[in-house]
Design a protein around this ligand. Structure first.
Ligand SMILES: [Zn+2]
Length: 325
């Protein structure tokens, strides 16, 4: 049959809700009566497609719940709140010691460069084919410089970004690592993920497909400094990342200025220094130099609460320093 009994019942219920017919299930007297037989049926296909996408996204979040590092935190964040803890310590995942998920943060210039390379690779694939909506698998293979038949057939081997993170890179990424990065970019809104359904040998198959989002284009055009994301496998870039004690990366005048701001805030609120910001927080702030509240949230130790309470004076100080520097 073209559809199951449940699907047919659901469709009839839908038409009933919209006032096209009345319907009683067959297990009683049963029957369908058309209420507006002369009116054309209006179907909102775009709406149905959007709804299908939302249902799949919900399914994905359910799958993510199964592998969450703390189930309670996952639920709290699902409902749009900020958990005051990283681990609740009492859920089954916490007790089993599941690895903690990476927290979103501001990126180093090297990390921004990797993000731009991956986004540029997808953008070139889109431009080359005049088609939006490629799978993670194909994007990763192209970025790694794969010579697989499909990559060759689509002409992706000729792109300047072919192999940009694999054969062409100093420290090649693996397919699994890049797949994690794609995931993080979807979560950060740099990539749009949609669902496409195709009929293959008589069966409907639904696939995830990627496109460079408006935010992704901003990053490609140089807006990456404001990017907040949970960058996976950062250790790959560690050798080229500035160390915590590196002199030039933490401008001493800025650090001194931030210490003054902290002292002022301590006096005003009559609290000890560590309540406002730890030394490590100030150093991280001086290194990352956030200019917006969102970027400030990427600084070590600057959560929502601390940011609302003490964020603005620090932001003002960094802005005035940046203008003078
Ligand atoms: Zn937990």
């Amino acid at each position: 049959p073209a559809c199951t009994r449940d699907q047919l019942t659901a469709a009839l219920r839908g038409l009933e809700d919209r006032g096209y017919l009345t319907f009683r299930p067959a297990d009683r007297t049963g029957g369908v009566e058309l209420l507006r037989p002369h009116e054309a049926l209006v179907l909102d296909e775009a709406g149905m497609k959007a709804r299908r996408g939302r249902e799949y996204a919900k399914l994905d979040r359910m799958v993510a719940y199964a592998s969450a590092s703390c189930r309670r935190r996952y639920i709290v964040e699902y409902f749009g709140e900020v958990a005051p803890f990283e681990r609740c310590g009492t859920c089954d995942a916490c007790r089993a010691g599941v690895d903690t998920v990476l927290a979103p943060r501001a990126l180093t210039p090297d990390e921004v460069e990797v993000v731009r390379k991956l986004l540029a690779c997808l953008a070139r694939m889109e431009r080359h084919t005049s088609q939006v909506g490629w799978s993670t698998d194909l994007l990763v293979k192209t970025a790694l410089g794969s010579q697989e038949a499909k990559v060759v057939q689509l002409g992706f081997v000729g792109l300047s970004t072919h192999g940009i993170l694999g054969t062409e890179a100093k420290r090649p990424w693996t397919a699994r690592e890049l797949t994690d990065l794609v995931r993080a970019l979807v979560d950060a809104g740099c990539l749009d993920e949609t669902y496409a359904t195709r009929r293959i040998s008589g069966k409907d198959r639904t696939y995830r497909q990627l496109g460079v989002s408006a935010r992704g284009w901003e990053v490609l055009r140089g807006g990456g400094e404001e990017l907040i994301l949970a960058f996976p496998h950062a250790h790959k870039l560690v050798a080229r990342r500035p160390t915590a004690s590196a002199g030039p990366e933490v401008p001493s005048e800025l650090l001194a200025l931030l210490r003054e701001v902290r002292a002022q805030l301590c006096r005003e609120a009559d609290v000890p220094a560590y309540v406002v910001a730890s030394n490590r927080t100030l150093e991280d702030m001086a290194r990352l130099r956030p200019l917006t509240r969102k970027a400030m949230l990427g600084v070590h130790g600057m959560g929502e609460v601390r940011c609302s309470r003490y964020g603005s004076p620090f932001l003002d100080a960094i802005r005035s320093w940046a203008q003078g520097a």
